[in-house]
Write a new protein. Sequence first.
Length: 319
Amino acid sequence: MRYIVDCDTGIDDAVALVSLIRLLRGEPDSRLIGVTASYGNVTMDTSVRNSLAVLALFGASDVPVYPGVEHALGMRSFEVSPGVSFIHGRNGLGGQRIPDSSRKPEQMHAAEFMARAAKKYGQDLTIIATGAFTNLADALRLRPQMAQEVSRIVLMGTALAVPGSVNQWTEANVGQDPEAARQVLQSGANLLVVGRDVTTTTLLTRRQTQAWARSGTDRGAFLAGMLDWYIHTYEINFSGLPGCYISDPTAVVLAVHPELATLCLHRRLTALTGGPACGRTLVDVSYHQGTDPRTSVVLEIDNDKFMTLLLGALSAAVA
Ligand code: CA
């Protein structure tokens, strides 16, 4: 299987990239063929920079990074919100400084790269999106048949039965561009939707980051420093939670190991694109076929196996 990760490289996107690099070391027929840059936690330009730097630090500087769109469909610009900047730090990596990669970004646009990869790899391609879904919507517009061509699109986004991360009903990646989210959710692609219904059941604590800090490597110091920053923001924003949720890495782990999903809803989703609940995701009741076997909204995962896989990958990555 080939993988593309479309991300707005803040803290949990960076952890997701590190997790995927390591998980794929154990899968000889799988590789990460490209990272595409979205926006949300950071600007698109910062996402490019951070992805290149993280890939280089973790031994994957051969992976190309493609610049994407800078803002939502129908918008002219994007700025990182103060709340998001607080959570991810101004550099998106919790203030941790890592060297720039010597590799330059690719010239090709993210959406074009996705569309070409869909044509080239077809059922051997999984796309994982952990930022705003605008690049994906653009790629589907460039090549509508890619919805059927690719093996799976894994989305980190949505909130059905739990509150969103932006407000009580809006999850951040959907909220950045609800129209793009609606288009992707309704594209007919084989979707694995990993939203807050499941990510709010995950927890990473300082006990785990301390082990990485003690590893004595630059990678360990980076990962621990970044996640300690993240956990600190959770201590302020969610008093009483003894750690942080692990949103984007959950999508990555499930992309490689979908068998960890123990309960899924097979209904087509949509996103509200206007009105007072703009950004809310819900079941599209106008989809009259009832169940939708090509949509799997993950509601529960095997948390023990998930944590074992994730912590194993991250611990190996910092060694
Ligand atoms: Ca993200």
